[in-house]
Design a protein around this ligand. Structure first.
Ligand SMILES: [Fe+2]
Ligand SMILES: [Fe+2]
Length: 253
């Protein structure tokens, strides 16, 4: 199994292809919502943006990249790419050595929270715009991949980090996530950025960050994964319930 460090992810899925693809065609987007998103923890020490270079699995230390909700968004390509790095940083630390049970549990909660929020925010903000700019086929493909990820994440949400089945399931998640992220960063986002004006990419980046504070914080599969026009709307209804469960369960992410 290939070990996926944040530095490797950063180098494998860097942005030159996206940066090279400059705006061309016109798209229009709806009004932005208000909202906010905070990540806080006394366990997590913020590392450099993107997590690259952070000590991987250092004994007794859990690291997290900044760039979650509340951070200056930049454009949506940068916001999504920063999220990807942070998600891989959590996975890398969970697959490392030397962390205690509480630290592994904290990382597991953080991974579930951030991947659920990231996926749903993409579905609400990026994918509708992607459908407009690039068509149904690409949008439906990435939605199918999200459903695969959500199935695995639902298992991880229920497992203790020291469960003997946890690491194999985490390996599956990393495998699927790596494939999905590679597609988004090497194909989907460059094509999208080539068809959307810079100002719209920036507006979508703001909207993406704000949406993170409004979507559910756990994975939900509410319907067979076909063009998820209804899924996002229904998912929104579960957001307050997820947050109550996070509080009741002592999850602090
Ligand atoms: Fe993504
Ligand atoms: Fe995605």
């Amino acid at each position: 199994m290939i070990s996926l460090t944040p530095a490797r992810v950063a180098s494998s899925f860097s942005r030159p292809a996206v940066a090279a693809a400059l705006p061309a065609a016109r798209c229009s987007f709806g009004k932005m919502r208000q909202g906010g998103y905070m990540v806080s923890s006394d366990v997590v020490n913020n590392a450099a943006r993107g997590g690259a270079g952070a000590p991987s699995g250092a004994r007794g230390t859990v690291t997290a990249a900044t760039g979650g909700g509340g951070a200056p968004a930049g454009n949506i390509v940068d916001a999504i790419t920063d999220d990807h790095k942070r998600l891989f940083s959590y996975c890398d630390q969970l697959r490392g050595q030397g962390l205690g049970h509480d630290q592994r549990e904290h990382l597991r909660h953080q991974l579930v929270h951030d991947l659920a929020v990231h996926s749903l925010s993409e579905e609400e903000v990026l994918y509708p715009a992607l459908k407009n700019a690039c068509g149904n086929e690409m949008r439906n493909h990435v939605l199918d991949e999200h459903t695969t990820l959500k199935h695995i994440l639902m298992d991880i949400d229920k497992m203790d980090a020291d469960d003997p089945n946890f690491n194999p399931r985490l390996d599956e998640l990393v495998h699927e996530l790596r494939h999905h992220v590679q597609e988004e960063e090497e194909k989907v986002l460059p094509m999208f950025a080539s068809k959307v004006p810079t100002s719209d990419l920036e507006h979508l980046g703001d909207k993406f960050e704000r949406t993170k504070g409004q979507v559910p914080t756990r994975p939900h599969i509410l319907a067979p994964n076909k063009p998820a026009t209804g899924n996002v709307v229904v998912d929104r209804l579960t957001a307050p319930l997820d947050k109550l469960r996070d509080s009741a369960g002592g999850r602090e992410v």
